[in-house]
Design a protein around this ligand. Sequence first.
Ligand code: YOG
Length: 134
Amino acid sequence: MPVDFSGTWNLVSNDNFEGYMVALGIDFATRKLAKVLKPQKVIKQDGDMVSIHTTSTFRDYMLQFKIGEEFEEDNKGLDNRKCKSLVTWDNDKLVCVQTGEKKNRGWTHWLEGDDLHLELRCENQVCRQVFKRA
Ligand code: YOG
């Protein structure tokens, strides 16, 4: 049985979110607003079907996918660039490759103790986020 990420998670640390946003081309004013956010993630995992709802006081982002099946992602409200996304297991890590205009774009989720980790990648920037159960 793979890891189950299901639950409600609150952001507790956010390393180099600024660099990640710059790599995505997010404008200065939006970055200033976004960097003070403490987003919450609600993850529902049912077999190969996963939904990840990231919410904040500024914007929300909803992603639903089937593990192993490529899908179109619109990144609406984020950088609004469309990409083709594929999420697969790498042992106990859930890895997303986002193929499109931006090189080396993707993310990885894993559990470490009671914490949910998320690495967000774009070009040469890596943002590391840690979440704790709400
Ligand atoms: O998560 O892809 O869990 O989708 C990344 C923001 C900030 C908007 C958030 C809103 C990237 C302004 C989603 C923050 C910066 C800045 C809350 C991360 C872009 C715009 C929505 C992500 C995956 C994995 C699931």
